[in-house]
Design a protein around this ligand. Structure first.
Ligand code: ARG
Length: 462
């Protein structure tokens, strides 16, 4: 079949080459952006007197009918037309004749694909942000219920100091704020229009790049035509932001998996968000969290794939860059499939604060508070630290917790202990009195929950 670019060719493309070269199988999802871009380009060509106004009208009507037919499932794309750009252009010319052939004046597929892909990424960022906001909402709802639920905080996965479940959940909510603002930054930076860069060197036609940029919602045209067709930074930035987002979800998944094990039992996942085993009748598995953790690897892979594709490319366009789309689509699809199911899992989980509280009793997580007590009585912190270390050995030998020691036992080790030490050692107090900014005290988790709610509301009203 004759190619749109077939002018200088005297032979048909080999069938293997045809299949190897095509991208329509995956870039067809850019049809909306391609049509919107072509309409803006045609309108500009008409305004600038480059093509007749009647042609613009015909092109717009033709593109609208193609759009309607694609959405109605009536269009069959063909690999003979290689990609979405040439499929649509061919259809247009079939429908409206010569006017269709004028559409590609002062344009190349290089700036066309750069435009379509950029617009696609821009739109999908909004979709990902919206899903993150839903997850943050679920986190604030759960956190608000468990501001008094004392649990051990960990370092090295060893029980360390008392925190609350609300404080733990809000840590993730805060990470997700950065994921949102990273995506917003990426969107703001990429919002320059490559259309009109041509193949690489602009054009001699009197085009108006500011007009098309404005019509397509960009802040302005990209400043350099070579950069315009060569840049894929925005796709890399998006995948970097998605990789960090997935890393957060993956760490969270790891904790969910631990928390619903019998060893922890801090939470129980809802039946609707768990799976069973084909052989072990008792099993209830956290497959969702495991899959999110697993899928994080493929998003990292998507990022690495495009970084590697781009690293040796000379300016400007190279066909290697057709390999940009599948990883970006995959990374976006993966984030968009993980987020809502993760949110549902969080929203429906049952929290078991009594098990958290029981775990807090073991592991001497109030040891720092014990040392702080002595320090407040005038003992230098390092000495207090050594004293409490000795008490921990004594407790381990006698099978007691710090708060179970009698005042006599305590005073034997350090005379600065008084009866009020038991107030300082009480777990609820240990968590509740950590009022430093960002700490687990109720006032502080309330402040954090309010801040996240405000963050969400500001974006929901946009
Ligand atoms: N399908 C191509 C891509 O995705 C469109 C650009 C083709 N340009 C070219 N000069 N062959 O990269």
């Amino acid at each position: 079949m004759a190619k749109l670019w077939g002018g200088r060719f005297q032979k048909d493309t080999d069938a293997l080459v045809n299949d190897f070269n095509e991208s329509i199988s995956f870039d067809q999802r850019l049809y909306q952006q391609d049509i919107a871009g072509s309409k803006a380009h045609a309108a500009m060509l008409g305004e600038c007197g480059i093509i007749p106004k009647e042609d613009v009208t015909a092109i717009h009507a033709g593109l609208d009918s193609i759009l309607a037919d694609i959405e109605a499932g009536k269009v069959e794309f063909s690999t003979d037309n290689e990609d979405i750009h040439m499929n649509i252009e061919t259809l247009l010319t079939q429908r409206i004749g010569a006017a269709g052939k004028r559409l590609h004046t002062a344009r190349s597929r290089n700036d066309q694909v750069a435009l379509d892909f950029r617009m696609y990424v821009r739109e999908e960022i909004g979709a990902v942000v919206s899903e993150i906001l839903d997850l943050q909402t679920a986190l604030t709802e759960q956190a608000a219920k468990y501001q008094d639920a004392v649990m051990p905080g960990y370092t090295h996965l060893q029980r360390a100091q008392p925190i609350t479940f609300a404080q733990h959940l809000m840590a993730y909510a805060n990470m997700l704020c950065r994921d949102v603002t990273r995506l917003e930054d990426c969107k703001a930076r990429m919002n320059e229009c490559p259309l009109g860069s041509g193949a690489l060197a602009g054009t001699t036609y009197p085009i108006d790049r500011h007009m098309t940029a404005a019509a397509l919602g960009f802040d302005g045209p990209m400043s350099n035509s070579l950069d315009g067709v060569s840049d894929r930074d925005y796709a890399l930035e998006l995948m970097s932001a998605l990789s960090i987002l997935m890393m957060h979800l993956s760490r969270f998944s790891e904790e969910i998996i631990l928390w619903c094990s019998w060893e922890f039992k801090y939470i129980e996942l809802d039946d609707a968000y768990s799976t069973g085993s084909s052989i072990m009748p008792q099993k209830k598995n956290p497959d969702i969290a495991e899959l999110v953790r697993g899928k994080t690897g493929r998003v990292y892979g998507d990022l690495m794939a495009l970084l590697t594709t781009m690293k040796g490319l000379p300016l400007a366009y190279n066909k290697d860059m057709q390999e940009d789309k599948e990883p970006v689509f995959d990374a976006i699809d993966t984030a968009l499939v993980c987020l809502p199911v993760f949110t549902g899992m969080i929203r429906t989980m049952t929290v078991l604060p009594e098990n958290m509280r029981a775990a807090a009793n073991k592991g001497f997580i109030n040891a720092t508070d014990c040392a702080d007590y002595l320090t407040k009585q005038g003992v230098p912190f390092r000495d207090a630290y050594t004293t409490v270390g000795k008490l921990v050995i004594y407790c381990t030998e006698t099978g007691k917790t710090l708060e179970e020691l009698t005042l006599e036992e305590l005073v034997k080790v350090d005379k600065h202990f008084g009866p009020d030490v038991f107030v300082a050692l009480n777990m609820e107090n240990c968590a509740g009195m950590r009022r430093s900014y960002g700490g687990p005290a109720k006032e502080e988790t309330t402040r954090q929950i309010e801040a996240i709610r405000k963050f969400i509301a500001q974006r929901r009203t946009k």
